[in-house]
Design a protein around this ligand. Structure first.
Ligand code: B12
Ligand code: SF4
Length: 536
């Protein structure tokens, strides 16, 4: 059958496929690219593919790959595989890493797209379609790109932001549907803005997007109605860097959602910021049926918060937690360890704060090591201090992000020893693991386990345990001798392994029972239900 006379663009994302978290959220950025270019050109079609084999099987005219820093090496490998398989067409690279380090563009790519990609991709597609073989000679006519001129990588300057943001159509989620089969009743991720009005020194958002821009309330309502209707969304996750920055717009959106009946049907989640929390915003969020919020607290030390330009104090953070709880929100708080100037005492206090408030002010928490990502102030400082190369090898970024070996991690902090930092990082990750296990081992989940639920959660827990085993082993080499701290981690690890094994066996029991005669299964389920009933 003859191929339709359309330019076929195949988009891909360089991800670590064994990482369950990375695989969990669809790459909506690629879906915006497809929607935007298709809205301006009728003779293009978009597909999403993962491996080089899949990409080639889609017979692309143009390939576009997206990568964040820790996966930039995977993007290079993908491009190399395409070239080695004989693909001679244009290969483009976009996303955070190439934007932060244009000089890292590998020779297999024809072009790097810097920052916001829609308009640039449209121009590049037109150039390729209309320019024939000589398109490469005109690359310098497109703002917001980088490419090699044979000697070095050159950039063409920053492109103007797209304004108004509503001129970007809703993402083409159908392009992703095959891989991320929209499960009926699932969480649907969406973005209501680009950029953030703050400039924390560890975050690249404001640098990447420029000044913050917002989709209008009506644009968002239309997207929500589509997601609710088409995919029967069980919840909306507003995945913006800072969802609540423009509150007037949210008030209108809340009105529209209530009028549409959406806020009764679907529960939502979003990212907030302590300094923006007051009674009014809590009420607006509740009207939208947002019941779970994510909040970056980072540290309990005011001097650390100041140093990373957080523009929030510990007191403000606690006040926000209390207010959110008064309004009955569930809260996931995130913390960062190893920030410049953080003392051992600061780390100890942050750990104590988490333990004291877990289950009361904080429902869930996450803890990250600080990483100097390109485009951030701490990156620039680390480069200036000679701690990281201006154009780091992809493997360096990957190891700095994911390796649990202390030697791979770029430690930025002179104020506390490395082993203290690693101890608190791993200790807190264990506290998180134990908290997670406690929740799953609670009687309320007995029934769920017997019915074969929580499979994904248990997979994720096993993944965490495998990582935890690695970091205890690596900490042993760091601390060099067995001391009380290691013993504590060892025993936490052992408990966790036993408990996950218990969960796994309960799950297996449930699966076996599924095949057992209905009467036996029903007897078991009613026994569990009876045990869940409060005593009369
Ligand atoms: C969703 C998300 C995730 C998801 C990943 C989902 C996935 N499928 O990969 C999850 C939750 C797993 C995640 C995790 C992490 N993330 Co994250 N994440 C995001 C977030 C919030 C949104 C991404 C997004 O969709 N943006 C919206 C779309 C519109 O933007 P976009 O994807 O960048 O695409 C646009 C352009 O970049 C460009 N473009 C992109 N690709 C391409 C390709 C081509 C060909 C072209 C032409 C253009 C183009 O055009 C698009 C449209 O304008 C961003 C912050 C942000 N606001 O972007 C952080 C962000 C990407 N994450 C970041 C980080 C650091 C992490 C973690 C490493 C955190 C940590 N310290 O542990 C972890 C690592 C993963 C892990 N294993 O734990 C950093 C990356 C910094 C960097 N330089 O790489 C960001 C930027 C946060 C920040 N502000 O610092 N993350
Ligand atoms: S960390 Fe959050 S508040 Fe700070 S600049 Fe990034 S997105 Fe904005």
């Amino acid at each position: 059958m003859a191929r339709p006379a359309k330019v076929r663009i195949v988009l891909s994302q360089a991800v670590n496929r064994v990482d369950l978290r990375e695989m969990g959220i669809p790459p909506i950025g690629l879906a915006y690219l497809s929607a935007y270019v298709k809205a301006h050109e009728s003779d293009v079609e978009f597909r999403f593919a993962e491996s080089s084999e899949e990409i080639l099987a889609s017979e692309p005219d143009i390939v576009g790959i997206s990568a964040v820093s820790q996966n930039s090496g995977l993007a290079n490998v993908l491009a190399r595989e395409l070239r080695q398989s004989g693909f001679e067409g244009p290969i483009l690279l976009g996303g955070y890493h190439i934007t932060g380090v244009p000089g890292s563009l590998s020779e297999d790519f024809d072009l790097g797209v810097l920052g916001e990609g829609e308009q640039t991709l449209l121009e590049v597609v037109r150039l390729i379609r209309d320019g024939g073989r000589s398109w490469r000679e005109k690359r310098d006519s497109v703002p917001g790109v980088c490419f090699s001129d044979g000697r070095r990588v050159v950039t063409t300057g920053r492109r103007e932001q797209i304004r108004p943001l509503d001129s970007v159509p809703h993402p083409d989620r159908e392009m992703l549907a095959e891989r991320w089969a929209p499960i009926h009743g699932s969480v649907q991720y969406l973005y209501s803005s680009r950029g953030c009005p703050y400039a924390c020194s560890f975050c690249s958002s404001s640098q990447f997007w420029g000044s913050a821009r917002y989709f209008s309330a009506q644009y968002l309502l239309d997207e929500l109605v589509d997601l609710a209707g088409r995919y029967h969304a069980s919840s909306f996750f507003f995945y913006d860097d800072l969802f609540i920055a423009d509150r007037k717009r949210l008030e209108v959106l809340a009105d529209l959602m209530c009028a549409e009946g959406l806020s009764q049907e679907v529960e939502s989640l979003c990212n907030v910021r302590a300094s923006e929390i007051d009674d009014d915003i809590c009420r607006v969020l509740k009207r939208m049926n947002i019941n779970w919020v994510y909040l970056g607290l980072e540290s309990v030390s005011d001097s650390v918060l100041k140093k990373v330009n957080k523009r929030a104090t510990h007191e403000e953070n606690v006040r926000a937690l209390r207010l959110l709880k008064q309004h009955d929100f569930k809260i996931t708080a995130s913390f960062i360890l190893g920030m410049p100037g953080e003392t051992a005492d600061d780390m100890k206090k942050t750990a104590a704060f988490i333990e004291e408030n877990l289950g009361t002010l904080i429902d869930e928490f996450m803890v990250y090591p600080i990483i100097p990502f390109p485009g951030t102030q701490i990156w620039r400082d680390a480069v200036a201090r000679g701690l990281i190369d201006e154009n780091p090898a992809p493997e360096t970024m990957r190891r700095a992000t994911f390796s649990f070996h202390p030697d791979d991690y770029v430690y930025l902090n002179d104020a506390a020893p490395r082993d203290t930092f690693f101890f608190y990082l791993y200790y807190l990750r264990f506290i998180r693991l134990r908290h997670w296990l406690k929740r799953l081992l609670g009687t309320n989940h007995e029934l769920g386990l017997l019915m074969g639920k929580h499979v994904k959660e248990i997979d994720a827990l096993e993944h965490e345990i495998a990582q935890a085993t690695e970091y205890v082993a690596s900490l042993e080499t760091q601390i060099c001798k067995k001391d009380g701290r290691l013993d504590m981690l060892d025993s936490e690890l052992e408990k966790s392994i036993n408990e996950v094994a218990l969960l796994r066996s309960r799950l297996a029991e449930g699966t076996e029972n599924e095949q057992a005669p209905a009467t036996r299964r029903n007897r078991m389920l009613s026994a569990v239900r009876r045990s869940l009933r409060p005593p009369s």
